[in-house]
Design a protein around this ligand. Structure first.
Ligand SMILES: Nc1ncnc2c1ncn2[C@@H]1O[C@H](COP(=O)(O)OP(=O)(O)O)[C@@H](O)[C@H]1O
Ligand SMILES: [Mg+2]
Length: 151
């Protein structure tokens, strides 16, 4: 489907945020500038607003690899794996240590080989127009029947 504008992206991320719970994984796949961080910022700010928590800045974790957000009963862990080059470095991040139940949003998840269960893969790409993007999704387990018609 086509994302027609930044507002349209917001409405899409809000709908996904409505369905999310701790234990979910959202994989954001697509090249630089397609909107992975913008999606995540909208998503986190929406949850903060919904839960009555102060909205915060949501910066790209390009250098820090991870930023965490405590939103009442939800915990969102926002990863950017762009700088991770080996599966050993990936292991050291401990993304799949399930002692902390949280929502994990992962930009650049290509190196991740673990087939985590409740996973929503979001594919973003450029479109002909500057403010448009293309989006497709592939859900697994809990997200299996989730598709673009729901957005
Ligand atoms: N429809 C759209 N969806 C997503 N981003 C858009 C859209 N239109 C314009 N943009 C702009 O594209 C840029 C996306 O950047 P960013 O979210 O940092 O990308 P990424 O994290 O994928 O590298 C932002 O400047 C955003 O304002
Ligand atoms: Mg980004």
């Amino acid at each position: 489907m086509i994302i027609k504008s930044l507002d349209h992206l917001k409405s899409i991320s809000n709908k996904i945020a409505e369905k999310v719970s701790n234990g979910d994984y959202i994989f954001l796949i697509g090249e630089i500038g397609v909107g992975k961080t913008t999606f995540t910022r909208n998503f986190i700010n929406y949850l903060q607003k919904k839960k009555g928590v102060k909205q915060t800045e949501v910066l790209s974790p390009t250098f820090n690899l991870l930023y965490e957000y405590e939103i009442k009963n939800l915990k969102v862990m926002h990863y950017d794996l762009y700088r991770i080059k080996t599966s050993r470095e990936l292991d050291e991040l401990g993304i799949f240590n399930e002692n902390v139940r949280s929502i994990k949003i992962i930009e650049w998840p290509e190196l991740v080989k673990t087939k985590v269960k409740n996973r929503l893969e979001i594919y973003l790409s450029y479109s002909d127009r500057d403010n448009e993007r293309k989006l497709s999704i592939l859900g697994h387990h809990k997200w299996k029947d989730y598709n673009e018609n729901k957005l």
